[in-house]
Write a protein that binds this ligand. Structure first.
Ligand SMILES: [Zn+2]
Length: 300
């Protein structure tokens, strides 16, 4: 008995199989399946995960996702890295997408927001359908600054969701919001990235303090910042060699963390660069591995 069969039987035992799938899986066309199209507001019910197919037991699920990255596989396929709304980070095979006749290929590019149907595999899932929700790649990919910023965002999103299939809904929404803001050129790309990194770190449990001392809690503002300590540090707690950012940089960092864009947009170029350096140092410390793409981002 394979994993899918066992899962379906467990689901059946708990009365979870409520839908019998009869519509064919349209791999090449990627058009909407009746009754399944359109954004879903609620999470997938368990019955969505365990469906009995017309040719045996298959395990299909559908979710919204951001495409993080793609790799070539064989002659015509790609492996797609996805951050889904309800199923965490998932890797899936998209078959035939590198053929010129594939209508699916353009939808599974990095930065795209898609409504995707996947077949659960032993190792990799298989993409069976894709509908476009937000076509951000055409806005982001051709512009060098947007592309390097977008790449830093999807790379960081991957690092923030280290364990595959572990639900990370907050990380999904933060990555999606950042890519949307980037594609719409709503704010300066450097500010979008820094706000995204700070908020994602906070969501991961590493909220920095930009006011009170991160070590002893004494009320701020303080003059020094230490990534290892967790943010602003008072004169008594300040580890040797901690940098002393400007008051304006501290204010910008606090604005980016809370999403106060009105205050953030007022910061001048020098302050943005200073804050960007602090965010990169803080993010790199917490991710323990260097986010390579951060080095490519030039903050205006
Ligand atoms: Zn202190």
């Amino acid at each position: 008995m394979d994993e899918g069969t066992a899962g379906a039987m467990r689901a059946a035992a708990f009365g979870l199989v409520t839908a019998v799938r009869t519509d064919p899986v349209d791999m090449a066309g990627g058009g909407p399946i009746s009754g399944l199209s359109g954004p879903r507001s609620a999470g997938p019910a368990l019955s969505d995960r365990y469906r009995c197919g017309h040719n045996g037991h298959v395990k299909l699920y559908r979710d919204h996702a951001v495409v993080l990255r793609t790799h070539k596989l064989g002659e015509a396929d790609r492996i797609i890295g996805l951050l889904t709304r309800h199923h965490g980070r998932v890797r899936a095979v998209a078959k035939g997408v590198r053929r010129t006749t594939s209508r699916l290929g353009a939808r599974v590019e990095p930065f795209m927001h898609v409504d995707i149907q996947l077949h659960r595999g032993r190792n990799l899932d298989v993409v069976t359908q894709v509908e476009m929700v937000g076509a951000y790649a055409p806005a982001i990919a051709p512009d060098y600054e947007l592309f390097t910023t977008g790449t830093a965002i999807v790379e960081a999103a991957e690092r923030f969701t280290e364990i595959e299939r572990e639900p990370a809904t907050q990380q999904y929404h933060l990555a999606l919001g950042a890519l949307h803001a980037l594609a719409a050129r709503r704010h300066a790309p450097g500010l979008v990235l820094d706000s995204y990194l700070l908020r994602s770190l906070a969501a991961a449990g590493y909220a920095p303090s930009f006011m009170d001392c991160a070590r002893c809690g004494s009320p701020g503002p303080h003059r020094a910042f230490n990534a290892q300590a967790g943010g602003a540090v008072c004169a008594g707690c300040r580890p040797h060699g901690s940098p002393a950012p400007s008051a304006a940089a501290f204010a910008l960092l606090a604005a980016l963390l809370t999403g106060d864009w009105e205050a953030a947009e007022e910061a001048d170029g020098a302050t943005r660069r200073e804050a960007g350096g602090i965010v990169a140092a803080y993010a790199q410390w917490h991710m323990e591995r260097q986010v390579r793409s951060l080095q490519l981002v030039e903050r205006a």
